[in-house]
Design a protein. Structure first.
Length: 488
């Protein structure tokens, strides 16, 4: 095994080992329930069946195919299937990005591992993990476009058909295409302003790329229509980002908190990006500069976009850091080396030992007990078990983060009041939820409107104080959750 292959193998073994972990998130549960329903009924789920507040309403969601894939993985391999599926999507995303990296092998390995660490908070068993891999694919395909290797470009509309049927993040594909188009135009204008070319010559040099990108964008827009909901899906991303409560309440839609240890790899990557762009002798390419600025802005506006910036920034950092290291005259040196044949065997032995070590960690993450322990730390498992015994069934008010778990475990006996389907609930229901959960004036009217008789909350939720002051009784309580019911 050559040193180059050893570095590649260790890098992706490390990424895979990092990514194989308990991947169940708050939204995983309602995705699984939707996938289960669609497979059982052999139909696309178009109306809400799971919530008290939107029951029977039209539910236009692009991720039907991802939901079926996730449930299939879960049905066949339990939580291990979800963990492996998530890890494979992560490896695919960084595999595509690796193909765009330039420079020393060890440098590429360091940057790609840093990017993986920065994006790690994003990895969970949700449709967006497929979106993450497809974003990597778009970056991979468009990178050689600038080296005049364009045949892969025409695979992007096909990829867009897949994307629009797995996640609303397909808008990222259009954003990447738009950046490359703007970069090509800016490059053309820059060459004219610099006096390198006149307008006619510059246009002749760039028109093919500009027309290709315009045509590609049009074909991708047409491809978006190939989904169960038709052309209206083009507007779906705008509907989602227009929900104000997302920014006000949901952490992943808020700006990153730089005091959070999980954000430190992103901060390091950001500092490295700024430093290498400033210190590199290589001239900044308009496309890469625009790409970095756009995705940096998105990452600073919403922490969920940090993962996308990691994909975008990794090639830029390696390209400029490699040039900076050349300027500093840093190389591998002239130290004595092992004979080539011995080095190959040593590399192979090292790699095999690392596979064994990684296998031990991975097998632990695939254990049913380990996954169950994580679930019991994050979700109201025992409180939900209590709710199963409640007779007769009552209208439930639940904490937002637990809505998906309620759907998975208790549907159809109990419906969620609210859950992670923000596109379904919109500001109207989400505002009612926040007023109630916070115990603000008006919560009683919300409870009266929806005839709420039983509540599942965190023990420290402000609403609990309001309920107890009005005589609601505690039916069940543990360190994670409390169930209160209306006095009869």
């Amino acid at each position: 095994m050559t040193f180059k292959r050893l570095v590649f193998g260790i890098t992706f073994l490390a990424i895979f080992t990092m990514a194989v972990r308990a991947s169940v998130g708050y939204d995983t549960w309602w995705h699984l329930k939707a996938g289960e329903w669609m497979l059982a009924n052999r139909a696309i789920l178009r109306t809400d069946l799971f919530s008290l507040t939107r029951l029977g309403s039209a539910w236009i969601y692009p991720g039907w195919l991802a939901q079926i894939l996730l449930f299939t993985a879960f049905r066949n391999f339990s939580f291990a299937g979800l963990n492996l599926f998530t890890a494979l999507m992560v490896v695919a995303a960084f595999g595509f990005v690796w193909c765009t990296l330039e420079g020393r092998d060890l440098l590429k390995a360091f940057i790609i591992l840093l990017a993986a660490s920065a994006s790690g908070v994003y990895w969970s068993a949700r449709p967006q993990i497929i979106s993450f891999a497809l974003a990597g694919y778009f970056l991979f395909v468009l990178y050689p476009h600038r080296k005049r290797r364009t045949w892969l470009l025409w695979s992007l509309p096909l990829a867009m058909i897949l994307w629009v049927n797995v996640h609303g993040g397909f808008a990222i594909g259009f954003l990447i295409l738009g950046v490359y188009l703007c970069g090509e135009i800016v490059q053309m204008v820059h060459e004219v302003i610099q006096g390198d070319l006149d307008w006619r010559s510059a246009w002749n040099q760039h028109k093919r790329e500009i027309f290709n990108l315009l045509l590609l964008s049009l074909l991708c827009a047409l491809a978006v229509s190939i989904n169960p909901h038709g052309p209206q899906m083009l507007l779906y991303p705008f509907k989602t980002v227009s929900i104000q409560v997302l920014q006000d309440y949901i952490q992943e839609w808020q700006s990153p908190n730089f005091h959070d240890a999980q954000v430190l790899p992103f901060l390091l990557m950001l500092l490295l990006l700024i430093g290498t762009l400033y210190g590199s002798r290589r001239r900044g390419d308009p496309t890469e500069i625009i790409l970095v600025l756009v995705f940096l802005a998105l990452a600073l506006l919403a922490s969920r976009n940090i993962a996308l910036l990691a994909l975008v920034a990794a090639p830029v950092i390696t390209r400029h850091l490699d040039a900076l290291l050349d300027d500093l005259h840093l190389s591998s040196g002239s130290a004595a080396q092992l004979p080539q044949s011995a080095a190959k065997w040593l590399n192979l032995i090292v790699f095999l030992l690392l596979i064994v070590a990684s296998g031990l960690k991975i097998s632990s993450s695939l254990s049913s007990q380990v996954n169950q322990d994580v679930i019991e730390e994050e979700f109201p498992v025992r409180a939900v078990e209590y709710l199963r015994s409640v007779q007769p069934k009552k209208n439930l008010f639940n904490t937002y983060n637990w809505g998906g778990y309620v759907i998975w475990e208790l549907h159809p006996d109990f419906l969620s009041f609210v859950d992670g389907r923000t596109d379904l609930f919109d500001d109207e229901i989400l505002d009612e939820y926040l007023i109630s959960w916070r115990g603000l004036p008006g919560w009683e009217q919300v409870f009266e409107t929806w005839d709420i008789e039983i509540v599942l909350l965190e023990p420290w939720a402000p609403l609990r104080i309001r309920l107890e002051s009005q005589g609601w009784k505690i039916d069940y309580e543990d360190e994670l959750a409390v169930v209160l019911s209306y006095p009869q």
